[in-house]
Design a protein around this ligand. Structure first.
Ligand code: PMP
Ligand code: GLN
Length: 381
């Protein structure tokens, strides 16, 4: 097959189907097993009843949501955006990534992505006709590290953009201020664009999330992507967004209009309200997930895994070699039968599959009782 990025089913669909088939606890695909805040659901119902968004909403997104996104970026990060020209609502972050790459990447352009990378990156770089250039994060001392020299060496005359992701799926790495400053310096020096996927911006347990766009020289060359799916536990609503300069956002909008045109009408109104929830909501989400991270990490360590304790996201990556295993694919395919738990092999997020082979990702965005049950099952391995 020439379009190798179209091969097969996504690992998330495959593993969720395996969970359904075997009745195993699904810690594979990353979605919460409880829905987001009641008042946000009510806001969606209200919008539906009031006939808001039941017909095509405006192409760039409803003004209420674009304004709320601009307010969020300003209040949290000091990034000022004109809601009319610098904010675009998309069908989840997935469409934002696709539209950004289709808009900006020409055939033969190189796109640098941190490896392991979220699976849609490879597919969308392929759809845009680009060539992906992975820069591998290295596991060391219980965490994953970006080697800035390797990033620098990956830039060539054909590099069009860096596709960044922090907090990072699947490793849980949160890039530090120093690392982000170095990425920014490199982008400015080599005149590169950066598309930065910050969907886990509110799920940070250690350190802080700093948007790349806030570094000197980056406002004008960065497209920032986020999503309500993660922050508000409504992955099925598919409300995402992009912020950046009018030129960059217009380019993304041009591609987006031929992908979905618009999406998620009534949900856009509800997410506008969600973005204005009091700080206690965001703190509560973080505290809840921090406790779940600790529960699952401790359980995995007790079961014999080497655990890479995540600073952010709702995933924990483990090394299965201490269990006498080395093939994450085989391990994940057998795990439901062995102990009734589903996980995801990190190798699917690598070009250098050998480097990813012994690593396996578990999601902890599940109810405490479910995680406790998973931990007790894993202890039987
Ligand atoms: N980027 C990353 C890093 C993700 O983990 C996900 C969801 N798992 C997405 C993008 C897609 O987000 P959405 O569901 O809003 O399309
Ligand atoms: N982002 C989710 C994950 O990493 C899954 C999204 C999907 O199924 N495409 O698990």
């Amino acid at each position: 097959m020439t379009k190798e990025w179209l091969g097969g089913t996504t690992i998330f669909a495959e593993m969720s189907a395996l969970a359904v088939r075997t009745g195993a606890i699904n810690l594979g695909q990353g979605f919460p097993d409880t829905d987001g805040p009641e008042e946000v659901r009510e806001a969606a119902v209200r919008a539906l009843r009031e006939g808001k968004g039941n017909q095509y909403p405006p192409g760039p997104g409803v003004p209420e949501l674009r304004t709320a996104i601009a307010e969020h970026q300003l209040k949290r990060y000091g990034l000022a955006h004109d809601p009319d020209t610098e904010v675009l609502v998309t069908a989840g972050a997935t469409e934002a990534i696709a539209a950004a790459l289709l808009a900006l990447v020409e055939s033969g352009d190189e796109v640098i992505a941190l490896e392991p990378y979220y699976d849609s990156y490879a597919a969308c770089i392929g759809m845009a006709g680009g060539t992906r250039v992975p820069v591998t994060l290295h596991p060391r001392n219980g965490a994953y590290h970006l080697d800035l020299d390797e990033l620098r060496d990956a830039v060539t005359d054909r590099t069009r953009l860096i596709l960044l992701n922090t907090p990072h799926n699947p490793t849980g790495t949160v890039l530090t201020r120093e690392e982000l400053a170095a990425v920014a310096e490199l982008a400015v020096e080599r005149d590169l664009l950066v598309v930065t996927d910050e969907v886990y911006e509110h799920l940070v347990f250690e350190g802080e999330h700093i948007p790349l766009a806030s570094f000197p020289g980056m406002r004008e060359r960065t497209l920032t992507i986020s999503s309500a799916g993660k922050t508000f536990s409504f992955t099925g609503w598919k409300v995402g967004w992009v912020t950046g300069t009018p030129e960059l956002v217009t380019a993304v909008r041009s591609a987006k209009q031929f992908l979905t045109y618009v999406a998620s009408g009534p949900f856009q109104y509800a997410i506008a309200e969600a973005l204005r929830l009091p700080e206690s909501y965001f703190e509560g989400l973080r505290a809840d997930l921090r406790a779940k991270r600790d529960l699952l990490s401790a359980g995995l360590a007790a079961a014999g895994f080497e655990v890479y304790r995540p600073a952010g996201t709702y995933f924990v990556t483990t090394d299965i070699r201490p269990l006498g295993e080395s093939d994450g694919f085989a391990f994940c395919r057998a795990l439901p039968e062995r102990c009734g738990v589903v996980a995801v092999p990190n190798a699917v997020f690598y070009d250098h599959q050998k480097q990813g082979a012994p690593f396996v990702r578990f999601a902890f965005c599940k109810r405490t009782g479910v995680l406790e049950e998973a931990v007790s099952r894993l202890r039987g391995l």
